[in-house]
Write a new protein. Sequence first.
Length: 184
Amino acid sequence: MSNPFTPLDDRDWPAEIADMRAGFAGQLNVYRLMAHHPALLRAWEGLRMHVVTQNALGRVRAEVVILRLAHRLGSAYEWNQHVVRALNLGMPETRIAALEGSLADLPQEDALLAGAVDALVDHARLSAVQLAALERMVGRAGALDLMATVGMYLTLGFLLGTTGAPLDADIAAEIESRAPALRR
């Protein structure tokens, strides 16, 4: 049985979201997959913009959160995509790889962020102690953005895991050339 949920080619792109194809929506297979539901992709645009570019965590901390979540979900697509982003932000390979391991082996800041991801995945909530520690580190907006980031990437993980969307060719080539040991 073939998978009806494959990333849409340009020739199959829905007319009602034609304006989105040249932007973020046409760049990655995950969004080309979401294009099967134009209203969902259109609604996704604002949250994605906030989480990806305006997140109060900052870019590096957000990548720590996303990478830990990708690991926890077993999402090779998200892991590989965000390894490349993390490398582009200057994160060393050792720091990235450590996010797949024990919290005890992580630097304090990464352990707090990864531990928050683990708590949200395992218990759907942060403890009062975790929330207070996050607020001290990233502020109230940062703590809320951490939860929103996990929620958004959980949704992407569900879509990717269910449909088996292929990794984008440029990301596959980049991770293979820059950090093949981190490829999943």
